[in-house]
Design a protein around this ligand. Structure first.
Ligand code: ATP
Length: 352
């Protein structure tokens, strides 16, 4: 029997609610299927912890987390802490510290879910977001703060190594899918340094993947393709910021932010990878018991695949899709179900 060490970092807001639901589902799955189990370590690094201690991750925290086989992350963000502090205090130190450079975001309209698009069923995309540099490299600064001459810079840094590895990852992923189609998204007409490097390296890497069809779109143009011609896209590779924005659009077009999963992968497996729903802490619905747990369940399926449990991942996806098809939906999808009801329904199907 294989036992996976799982680090649970629920964080803030509905992160706590959906990770609790996700852990129940994983427990039910391992009991039903046998062959694997999870040993869960809970990390209480939320914004209340930050306000009390002055940091999210305590000294030695990342070294502890490194022992895990995978990290199951909820959300970070609180009305008491500025967003750039919470993001840079918890999520980004894990992504960047563990070199989780490939952020993978599948988008699909699950059975029974209504897309705002009339042709939403054509959505079957995977957005690959560069997750270690670019607009999120953290370089820049502010001088003369508060004076009329104040200056602030936000420097995007792109390295050849960073660009090449994300392109290779995206090509490998595109190759593994039936459509074998990869769209490069940049803004190389206006941003003539880093984005041009992206284009050039893409063309070089493409030579190693003659079986993958490629297209190029500017980031503004691709939003219209997503809305008007969704079938023209398959795998999309884009920078940290561009892909962040495109994946919220993809989630909305798939029916709700409450169903969209993401995997922050360290493909070399030198560090644990981190799995989280795309959504944030959603203060407006925190504590009401109506957060949609489907994004977190789908996230758990991505985690099972990464851990080498594809049969369990498939079983979980089937249960998720049967529940969405049944019409048992939380309010974000137009229903009246609670987090607990959706969770129980998925667990019941897993046990069948
Ligand atoms: P962040 O800034 O951390 O991304 P946020 O609170 O600004 O977080 P999100 O949490 O990403 O924004 O979500 C925006 C809105 O979408 C929420 O206010 C909520 O109404 C809805 N939402 C997000 N996730 C869910 C979910 N799992 N279930 C139901 N509604 C959700």
């Amino acid at each position: 029997m294989k036992t996976y060490q799982l680090a649970a970092v629920p964080g803030d807001g509905i992160g706590v609610e959906v990770i609790a639901a996700g852990l129940q589902v994983l427990e039910a799955l391992s009991q039903h299927l046998g062959g694997f189990a999870f040993e869960v370590t809970h990390y209480p690094w939320d914004s209340a912890y930050y306000l009390k201690h002055g940091h999210y991750i305590p000294e030695g925290g990342l070294a502890q987390l490194k022992q895990a086989d995978a990290i199951f992350f909820g959300a970070v963000g609180s009305q008491q802490v500025p967003d750039h502090i919470s993001l840079w205090g918890l999520r980004l130190p894990i992504c960047q510290g563990f070199d989780q450079y490939a952020n993978v975001r599948p988008a699909r309209v699950l059975p029974g879910v209504k897309s705002p698009l009339h042709n939403g069923e054509a959505i079957d995309w995977v957005i690959v977001r560069e997750n270690s540099e670019g607009e999120y490299s953290g370089s820049g600064g502010r001088v003369h703060q508060g004076l009329p001459i104040e200056v602030a810079t936000e420097v995007s840094t792109f390295t050849r190594v960073g660009v090449e590895r994300i392109h290779r990852f995206a090509f490998e992923l595109a190759r593994s899918r039936p459509a074998k189609h990869l769209t490069l998204v940049t803004k190389s007409n206006a941003q003539r340094h880093g984005m041009v490097l992206w284009d050039e390296v893409f063309a070089e890497v493409a030579k190693d993947y003659p079986d993958v069809r490629t297209t190029r779109e500017l980031v503004d143009a691709v939003t219209t393709t997503m809305v008007l011609k969704p079938a023209q896209l398959d795998v999309i590779v884009a920078t940290n910021l561009h892909a962040d924005i495109l994946s919220d659009l993809a989630a909305a077009l798939s029916g709700s932010l409450g169903i969209a999963p993401t995997a922050n992968l360290n493909p070399e497996r030198s560090f644990p990878s981190m799995f989280e729903p795309i959504h944030g802490s959603a203060f407006d619905i925190t504590g009401k018991g109506v957060a949609n747990p489907i994004a977190t369940f789908w996230t758990a399926a991505l985690m099972l695949e990464h851990l080498g449990e594809p049969a369990a991942a498939r079983h979980l996806m089937q249960a998720i899709e049967a529940v969405t098809a049944s019409g048992l939906h939380t309010p974000d999808l137009g229903g009246t179900a609670t987090t607990a009801q959706v969770t129980d329904a998925v667990i019941e199907l897993l046990r069948r």
